[in-house]
Design a protein. Structure first.
Length: 294
């Protein structure tokens, strides 16, 4: 698994709702392509543009990067109707689609949509049913897809039940966070937690671990000399941690391009992590990092 090549993705988030312009997002997509990103990803929140038509708009101005969702709230979708959306999008964007799915977590969005908020177990069970059903439909060619037998499926998350389901059903797993226990949170403690999480995935996947692409969602990246360091996202995920503890998290990278590149290489060699997704606000600086290890 450590021989698997790196892949680097950039995800757009809250800035989508504030920009209010498809042309702005298309410009950003062109920039991401020029910087060398492998995947351009869009979120699925009620306050942001609908992801599938927006991906089609990005496909019109790019040629190389794959285009994905990061991640769809599977609980919002009927599997048969989602299969139709995925099929149409994959055909429209010439087989560049990567389907990112999650179990759904933002209760306020369920309330706003007028939908009941299922238990975690119910949401994960629906995610599993969704993946099983769309794969069944694509295998039967109804609806058809450009990619055969189906577009690759990414599952993002961090809990035991979700990761166990992803190990069985997904093609790509992106660790959304790495829970730690005890204080203070140190680099050594976080590395042990990272080893435990990836080991848990390997145990749950069994022999199919060789087929899985493992990755990490990066919450904040600061490359020396590139803008300001913003800990907003990791602080939302871990509000009780002090700044120095947040800086120790594996999804928070900071330092020179060479030092961060060495960290990514260590993550690949020790934990088989090769798929890294960075927030769009850090995409220029992070490109300086991955250009060193390609």
């Amino acid at each position: 698994m450590s021989d698997r090549p790196f892949r680097f993705g950039v995800r757009f988030g809250a800035n989508l709702s504030s920009s209010g312009s498809v042309s702005w997002l298309q410009d950003q997509a062109r920039k991401a392509e020029d910087l060398g990103y492998d995947v351009i990803m869009l979120p699925d929140h009620l306050a942001t543009p609908a992801p599938f038509p927006t991906l089609a708009a990005l496909a019109a101005v790019t040629t190389r990067p794959r285009l994905g969702t990061f991640v769809l709230n599977a609980a919002f979708y009927n599997p048969a109707l989602l299969a139709r959306e995925v099929s149409s999008t994959d055909l429209l964007i010439d087989g560049r689609l990567e389907l990112g799915l999650g179990a759904g977590w933002a209760r306020n969005e369920f309330d706003e949509a007028g939908l009941p908020f299922p238990t975690p177990g119910q949401r994960i069970a629906h995610l599993e049913r969704t993946i099983t059903e769309i794969r069944r439909r694509f295998a039967a060619g109804d609806p058809p897809t450009r990619q055969q037998p189906a577009p690759p499926i990414l599952v993002g998350g961090s809990g035991d039940r979700l990761l166990a389901a992803a190990a069985i059903h997904a093609d790509i797993i992106s660790l959304a966070s790495v829970p730690t226990t005890g204080r203070p949170v140190t680099t050594d403690a976080v590395e042990r937690a990272l080893e435990e999480r990836t080991g848990y995935i390997r145990a749950a996947a069994g022999r199919r671990i060789q087929e899985l692409e493992l990755g990490l969602t990066l919450g904040a990246v600061y490359v020396d000399g590139n803008g300001k360091f913003d800990l907003t996202l990791p602080r939302m995920a871990a509000p009780d941690l002090a700044d120095d503890e947040l800086l120790a998290l594996p999804g928070v990278l900071h330092g020179s391009p060479g030092n961060i590149a060495e960290t990514l290489q260590r993550y690949r060699e020790k934990y088989h992590l090769t798929h890294f997704v960075v927030p769009a606000t850090s995409m220029v600086g992070f490109a300086e990092v991955f250009s060193r290890i390609r």
